[in-house]
Design a protein around this ligand. Sequence first.
Ligand code: E4P
Length: 218
Amino acid sequence: MKFFIDTASIDQIKEAKELGLLDGVTTNPSLMAKEGITGKDNILKHYATIAALVEGDVSAEVISTDFAGMIAEAKELVEIADNIIVKIPMIMDGVKAMSWCTENGIPTNCTLVFSGAQAILAAKAGATYVSPFIGRIDDTNWDGMELIKQIAEIYAIQGFETQILAASIRSSKHIVDAALAGADVVTCPLSSYLGMLKHPLTDIGLAQFLADYRKGNS
Ligand code: E4P
């Protein structure tokens, strides 16, 4: 399973890279705004900076909601770097745009996916990745992880090649559950990856080993 970082923060991306955990990056307009990146030129420049920092795929999201606008943005985004993936929302014109991108060799990430039906459409449109939003489903008192399991089963039965990118991941438990449910990729903030490190028995065990070493070597 690949680890993508869900941020537009250069510091977080660099830290994940130093840990050796970085397989790719996902961004969205909200994450860009959080970093204070505004205006088309600055946004495109920021994507270029991120794409140069990582070897893996970098999802860059379109702002348009109509077919022609999405295609124009997709063409512009893929010019930035070879590892840019065009992130397109699961709406009617989005499906048309993803199909067009597939026919024209442009890789896509279908975002804002909340059902198995939407995931089937994304795969039929030839999306490279499908992004079901786990945490946001949990927020509505449904089980987001059940959706990952359902999509994994459908894709296996149907032989769809679209990769399942578990998004809106908020904890290390989500990461473990997504791995079990068959996700190909998880994307989350650095804090969720760092949370995976933690176990009290590791801390207690290490403290004991070091104390015993000091006793024997004092
Ligand atoms: C991923 O591509 C999405 O941008 C992201 O995971 C959404 O996460 P959120 O629900 O925490 O905003």
